[in-house]
Design a protein around this ligand. Structure first.
Ligand code: NAD
Length: 442
């Protein structure tokens, strides 16, 4: 069956676009589309809906723009019937044993199916591996709607690439991969995204291709970061400054600009597990991917161990030393605390009977307590330290002058007894060297 043009209906105001799942991704998508067409924003979390309606953005992804939002925010799923273009952006995390967790995806598909309008196009943006959209989501929508995919409604996939905390790479400025189940749906989906994505779209030939592109681009980052972590460890053993090596490497025209670090968050740190699961399904051996993932998983412990080694070298009593951790979110200038590797760092420090004091002005203290059982301390109330581990390169930490940093240590310490682990290398090497601090960086 040929569907009436959903694109035409949208731009002429005869139908609405709905976004299902209004977190970091969904809110940005809904807000951007609402500048062009009528948008319904649906989420099961009433707290989020209340906040958005009150002009508050707890995700920090659109900031004050939320105050002038024209999105119709709702937790009433029956509103979805008014939309003929539905975008699903619900979480796709992993379980404790690191298997893909499709619970939210299946629940969202069920809801979409229960309220599906005839002739609608449903596009999934959640990160998955090839086959999930057509083999899991479509059947669930068919089952709950009683409508046949490809006959009464159509399906597509367009992976999301937004970069939280990055004002340059946003929903409308990143080129968007789009795909549909057939030529007609692919064309409609591309036209609809072209309304809001200034950077344009990249149409691929199948939904499976688009699914693979997303999970592989993030896994590519994971593996490359793992290699930089290994290089950094080799340099550490050799008393060579890894950052100086990486800067020198980058003078070559084809060098890759990756940095070592703790890989957390909801994307890069999780997506490789989706690809590993898929590789298993198609019986493909992936030693680079699996070892890369293991390397990155072990980095938080590595940093903790290095902190302990530095403290022992400075003759600290580990049980009595005051260890501060600056930063808890998975990356700089962003409030997202999911899959934070700082929690692993703390767990490892505790095995040495060290109870660090953690601060992060970007993270919501209640959310950190609820998710990890960790209390955050306000930065201004931090005690004077023996050891400071700067894990996240938030702007506020970068702007601290060396003179001020030195004053954050206990008064009775010699410079060489003041320990700094600058995990993200945010302080200039010359200043660190001149300060006399005992410092280490990745
Ligand atoms: N956060 C990112 O920067 C980013 C970037 C690219 C891709 N992604 C991918 O996009 C997807 C969404 O990620 P996110 O970071 O926005 O997640 P999120 O957790 O911030 O938001 C998801 C929202 O979905 C809602 N939700 C859960 N189940 C629902 C249901 N059944 N019906 C309606 N709403 C429901 C939640 O309440 C939440 O508000 C994931 O697959 C993620 O991997 C995320």
């Amino acid at each position: 069956m040929r569907l009436r043009s959903v694109y035409q209906a949208l731009i002429s105001g005869n139908t609405k676009l709905a976004v299902v799942g209004l977190g970091y991704v969904g809110l940005s998508v809904a807000m951007e589309f609402s500048k062009h067409v009528q948008v319904i924003g649906f989420d099961i979390d009433e707290k989020y809906i209340r906040a958005y309606r009150n002009g508050v953005d707890p995700t920090n992804s659109v900031g004050e723009e939320i105050q002038s939002a024209s999105v119709e925010f709702t937790s009433d799923p029956t509103k979805l019937r008014e939309a003929q273009f539905i975008i699903v952006a619900v979480p796709t995390p992993t379980t404790e044993d690191r298997s893909p967790d499709f619970t939210a995806l299946m629940e969202a598909s069920r809801t979409v199916g229960e309220h599906l309008a005839l002739g609608a196009i449903v596009v999934f943006e959640s990160t998955v591996y090839p086959g999930v959209t057509e083999e899991l989501c479509a059947p669930m929508i068919e089952q709950t709607s009683g409508l046949k995919c490809g006959v009464h409604w159509k399906i597509g996939y367009s992976p999301e690439r937004i970069n939280p905390g990055d004002p340059v790479h946003t929903f409308s400025t990143i080129r968007k991969i789009v795909s549909g189940m057939d030529e007609e749906s692919a064309g409609e989906i591309q036209k609809v995204y072209d309304i809001a994505v200034k950077a344009g779209t990249c149409l691929v030939s199948s939904i499976r291709t688009a699914e693979a592109a997303k999970v592989m681009e993030n896994s590519q980052r994971d593996v490359n970061i793992a290699f930089m972590n290994e290089c950094s460890k080799i340099c550490d053993k050799s008393h060579i400054d890894a950052q100086e090596v990486f800067t020198a490497m980058k003078t070559k025209w084809n060098a890759l600009d990756f940095q070592p670090g703790l890989v957390g968050g909801h994307c890069v740190g999780e997506d490789s597990y989706y690809l590993l699961e898929y590789a298993k399904k198609v019986d493909c051996d992936t030693p680079v991917l699996s070892h890369g993932r293991q390397t990155n998983e072990a980095m938080a412990s590595y940093v903790a161990d290095r902190a302990v080694q530095e403290m022992l070298a400075a003759r600290k009593d580990l049980k009595r030393a005051t260890v501060l951790i600056w930063g808890f979110t998975f990356k700089e200038n962003c409030s997202d605390i999911r899959n934070s590797k700082v929690a692993d760092l703390i767990t490892r420090l505790r095995t040495y009977q060290i109870e660090p004091i953690v601060t992060d002005e970007w993270a919501n203290p209640d959310a950190v307590r609820e998710m990890y059982g960790i209390e955050l301390a306000p930065f201004e109330e931090l005690p004077l330290a023996d050891c400071i581990i700067v894990v996240v390169g938030h702007r506020a930490y970068q702007s601290i002058a060396m003179e001020q940093l030195l004053k954050m240590y206990k008064n009775n310490l010699q410079e060489a007894e003041k320990i700094l682990l600058d995990v993200k290398s945010i302080y200039p090497l010359e200043e660190l060297t001149a300060s006399g601090l005992r410092f280490w960086r990745l």
